[in-house]
Design a protein around this ligand. Structure first.
Ligand SMILES: [Zn+2]
Length: 80
């Protein structure tokens, strides 16, 4: 049989659920960050005409619906 003092029992009863809650919050944070990153990949800004559009395809360089130019995914970069 495992012998525990009252302090150790209280520590286990409080500590284990708190660790579980902390782990769940951490997983939720990772999940949310991943979803935000996915959404950022879907929103593109055309480097030629500045049109902002959404593209859910898996294409690496989606075409701008306004001018037809292929654009990179991710943060828009400056030309100069
Ligand atoms: Zn364009």
């Amino acid at each position: 049989m495992i012998e525990l003092t009252l302090e150790e029992l209280a520590l286990w009863l409080l500590g284990v659920p708190l660790l579980g809650i902390g782990f769940a919050v951490f997983l939720a944070h990772l999940n949310r960050r991943g979803r935000i990153r996915l959404r950022k990949r879907e929103i593109l800004t055309c480097r030629v005409c500045g049109h902002i559009y959404k593209d859910k395809s898996k294409e690496v360089h989606p075409l701008c619906p306004e001018c037809g130019r292929a654009n990179d995914r991710g943060e828009p970069r400056r030309l100069g």
